[in-house]
Design a protein around this ligand. Structure first.
Ligand SMILES: Cc1ncc(C[n+]2csc(CCOP(=O)(O)OP(=O)(O)O)c2C)c(N)n1
Ligand SMILES: [Mg+2]
Length: 399
């Protein structure tokens, strides 16, 4: 069968808006194989690359198999609700995770409670799995808090990092600390610690990310780099970012690497579980490239119709990770219509609760951005604060 036009690594070329000015993006040779356990139709059909990861599925009981589905549905609904709230003026920004649920839910569940997770800004599902109240993300994107949450209180899920790739350095530094404290490389995997860091295809072009991988390899840190290749860095396609499949770069750093079908929740789980256990056991850092797709806009400030084709979107919508996994549960007789309906209801209830609590959050005290500039009163800052107060007052009560 000929390779489809929208196969991984071929994406975006037609609408790369830098093409005319910067030269045509050359073909990226791509013979890297992705670990796949569930077929696109939902059948249990592990490919040869999946073999070494299958024992890790023995940890997944039927409840967890259903939980994967529940988490994907709930987060998709919550994500949509937050997008609506932004459109209704309740949030300054929202960062959609639609399409990336399997990559996040599989890997998020593979981490152990003692592990530390370093997200970028799109990992809402991982945060939820670690115990984060999604309202904390909303509070941040409403401008009510600069940070968001206390990692130790939410399963060591660290703060969202908008500076692309910088969380990879935080994770590597943290993982060096784990090693220096003797909390990895010894004892059982049930107790040893590791760090798991999420980043995007665009982040692989950042100096920070490359430095983090070099340090990780140099000091054999107990950590896993989890790259979600969603094919776009805002409007720049992944084909512009690399002449080789991104997974192939890992070997150059000396990292154990695996490419996984990121829309296959079981594969995402199994690959991450093995990589994390290897890291904990002192076998050094690992690298996972999860092939997935950003179905939505980059953020609510972005309009993807300006730079990508409808056909490309349709190709990936037909490979929806949730529908695929639903077929899988049905084929294994693990869930019936009532159960699927109860999950939909739970997702709707959670979204309604998020909306209710968002509307009760109150407004930002804009004066704070001035008060926190200097320790003491400053005439220019005072003048700016007064100007803004007068401007705001100009909107009257309607505001
Ligand atoms: C250091 C830095 N440079 C540029 C930006 C602007 N920026 C925000 S998101 C983004 C694209 C990131 O793409 P990717 O790493 O693939 O992650 P994705 O958004 O696709 O999840 C850019 C360039 C930034 N936030 N930080
Ligand atoms: Mg990306």
């Amino acid at each position: 069968m000929p390779e489809p036009d929208f196969a991984p690594q071929r994406l975006g070329r037609a609408h790369d808006d830098t093409k005319d000015r910067m030269g045509t993006v050359p073909e990226t040779p791509d013979d890297a194989v992705s670990v796949q356990i569930i077929s696109p139709e939902g059948r249990y059909e592990p490919n040869a690359a999946a073999e070494e990861f299958l024992p890790y599925l023995e940890r997944v009981d039927e409840d967890l198999l259903r939980r994967f589905y529940r988490d994907m549905v709930v987060i998709r609904r919550a994500d949509a609700e937050a997008g609506h709230l932004q459109r209704q003026g309740q949030l300054a920004l929202w960062v959609p995770s639609h399409g990336q649920e399997a990559a996040q839910v599989g890997s998020g569940h593979a981490a152990r409670p003692q592990d530390s997770i370093f997200p970028a800004y799109r990992e809402h599902a991982v945060g939820m799995i670690r115990g984060l109240d999604l309202l904390d993300i909303i509070r941040m994107l409403r401008g009510l808090t600069h940070g968001g949450w206390v990692p130790e209180e939410v399963g060591n899920f660290h703060l969202y990092t908008l500076v692309i790739g910088s969380q990879t350095l935080h994770a590597t530094g943290y993982a060096m600390g784990i090693a220096l404290d003797g909390k990895s490389g010894t004892g059982s995997p049930e107790e040893a610690e590791a760090a798991l860091v999420y980043f995007g295809d665009g982040a692989t072009s950042q100096g920070d990310t490359n430095e983090a991988m070099i340090w990780a390899a140099s000091y054999q840190t107990p950590q896993v780099f989890f790259l979600q290749n969603n094919h776009w860095a805002i409007s720049v396609p992944v084909s512009r970012q690399s002449r080789t499949p991104l997974v192939d770069r890992a070997a150059g750093f000396g990292l154990r690497s695996t490419r996984v079908d990121g829309n296959d929740v079981l594969a995402s789980y199994a690959v991450t579980a093995k990589q994390l256990d290897d890291a904990r056991a002192g076998r050094g850092p690992g690298f996972i490239e999860a092939i997935t797709y950003r179905i939505g806009a980059h953020t609510t400030s972005d309009d993807p119709t300006r730079y990508r084709e409808a056909e490309e979107l349709a190709y990936w919508e037909a490979r929806d990770p949730i529908l695929r996994y639903r077929h899988h549960l049905e084929q294994r007789d693990l869930a019936d219509g009532d159960w699927f309906r109860s999950v939909d209801q739970e997702a709707m209830d959670l979204a309604a609760d998020l909306r209710r609590r968002t509307l009760a959050l109150g407004t930002v005290d804009v004066g704070l951005i001035f008060d926190n500039v200097y320790a003491e009163d400053h005439p220019v800052v005072r003048e700016q604060k007064q100007w803004l107060a007068a401007y705001e007052a100009g909107f009257g009560e309607a505001r």
